[in-house]
Design a protein around this ligand. Structure first.
Ligand code: F0G
Length: 457
């Protein structure tokens, strides 16, 4: 059969409501034109994030009932730890309440003022944690990763020459570790090849620099490797993930993505001294090392979810939904990041609304128009999220102005995507009328979450 079906059926439903266009305009006005400040019930199809928004399976819900809520050494912790060790073969496992808590512990224990931390592209919370610890977060994605139109298989790869140059310019002692994000969320959800990771590792080994994987979407990355990298077609997703982690000295993880859970994360490493320092920080911030910031039932749900994310039919279906949308955009000529990413389709706002200069945040104009048109919530990944502001207040725009439509896992059906396509096509027809925005309030860190905007008329 040619049709790829959802490899599940629905047992429980949650109602969706579509408020009127006038109500949507009012709601956005009240939210200072920042979709993060909207009420979720005013969003009909919510594609703000794929993080913690997925539907759990019956196996996960059943496992939750087995949650052992003992403070120390619970059965649930043992399942959590052994599942992570099975996938990663990494020695020390520390549970955290989500990915950014793992990043914070890593940054606070391993970074000193003035350090440099390379990555293909840092995600916003990773960057914020690194900068808060006094280091510089440097993005070294390959040049093709910055070309939204280029359709090549591994646009999340790091430029190994740039990495070597970065190390020799700043000196090994300034670089306590190097990161690689799989898939590269900031750069359009693009995968990283194992060949690239091996090459990165070879450079890092020369200088004795540890590699830390930001593993949030490791299972989606494993599927891309199986599909696209020579020599991996016959390997299981678990085997590919095991190889991926075999190159890592440590990893940070948000289980809200490929843990298929609504909360949770972890920090893992092989170095005993790192583990000791992580553990001390964990106890102060998150909780005892056998539960981190999580309930026993969360540990159970994650242990099941991590393995479900590595099931082939689940990944086949997930990628088919992403391609369903991107194929339609391709046919209509709507600009998006090619090829489509693992967890999301990223519209290219620079191309979609070329009349809006980067200083007026084209991504915000596009996100807000999509919300007004159909009550669909996406998110800007452009200059509001990644623009740099120097001490004099001068702003350097981001390399890409993207609008991410992230797909919650196992939540929406094909008709939701048909509706979404209709909404985007309508916005595309009327794109000439989309306005730019100006920021009227912003905090110092992670401004996109809470800043206020005003329409430029
Ligand atoms: N790293 C990456 C690549 C991420 O995408 C995220 C979260 C994190 C780290 C932090 O994890 O949310 O559990 O603290 N990304 C979400 C998103 C928020 O919408 O892309 P967290």
């Amino acid at each position: 059969m040619r049709t790829i079906i959802e490899p599940f059926r629905i047992k429980m439903t949650e109602p969706l409501k579509l408020i009127s266009r006038e109500e949507r305009i009012k709601a956005l006005d009240k939210a200072y034109h920042n979709v993060f400040l909207l009420d979720a019930e005013d969003c009909c199809v919510d594609l703000l994030t794929d993080s913690g928004t997925g539907a759990m399976s019956v196996q996960q819900w059943a496992a939750m009932m087995l949650g052992d809520e003992s403070y120390a050494g619970s059965k649930s912790w043992k399942k959590f730890e052994s599942t992570i060790k099975k996938i990663t073969n990494i020695k020390y496992v520390l549970p955290t309440h989500q990915g950014r808590a793992a990043e914070s512990i890593l940054a606070q224990t391993r970074i000193t003022q003035g350090d440099i931390i390379p990555n293909n592209n840092h995600f916003d919370t990773t960057r914020a944690n690194i900068e808060f610890a006094g280091a510089q977060a440097v993005d070294l994605v390959c040049d093709s990763g910055l070309d939204a139109k280029l359709d090549i298989p591994f646009k999340g790869n790091m430029d190994v020459k740039k990495l070597e140059h970065c190390i020799t310019t700043h000196g090994r002692e300034k670089i306590p570790f190097c990161m690689i994000t799989v898939t590269n969320n900031t750069g359009g959800g693009q995968p990283v090849s194992l060949e690239n990771i091996r090459n990165i590792k070879a450079v890092l080994n020369k200088f004795d620099i540890p590699l830390v994987i930001d593993a949030c979407r490791f299972a989606e990355n494993a599927y891309f490797i199986k599909e696209r990298e020579a020599g991996y077609a016959d390997r299981s997703l678990l085997e590919i993930a095991q190889e991926l982690f075999s190159y890592a000295d440590a990893a940070t993880m948000s289980c809200k993505k490929d843990g298929l859970s609504n909360i949770g994360g972890f920090l893992i490493c092989n170095n005993e001294q790192w583990a000791e320092e992580f553990k001390n920080a964990l106890i102060m911030r998150e909780g005892f090392p056998t539960y981190g910031g999580l309930a026993g039932r969360d540990l159970e749900a994650i242990a099941v979810g991590l393995m479900e994310a590595l099931e082939l039919d689940y990944q086949v279906y997930r990628h088919a939904t992403v391609l369903y949308l991107s194929d339609r955009l391709e046919k209509t000529g709507i600009p998006y990041v090619r090829p489509a990413g693992g967890h999301a389709v990223f519209l290219d706002a620079k191309e979609f609304v070329p009349h809006i200069p980067q200083s007026q945040y084209p991504g915000i104009g596009l996100v807000n128009s999509i919300y007004i048109e159909g009550g669909v919530r996406g998110v800007e990944l452009g200059s509001v999220m990644f623009g740099r502001i120097d001490d004099s207040g001068k702003e350097t725009p981001a390399a890409l102005e993207l609008v991410r439509l992230a797909f919650p896992r196992r939540v929406y059906t094909q008709s939701h995507f048909d509706y979404l396509i209709e909404v985007i096509e309508e916005v595309w027809k009327n794109r000439g009328s989309i306005s730019g925005y100006q920021i009227t309030y912003q905090p110092k860190y992670l401004r996109h979450f809470s800043c206020h905007f005003k329409v430029i008329r």
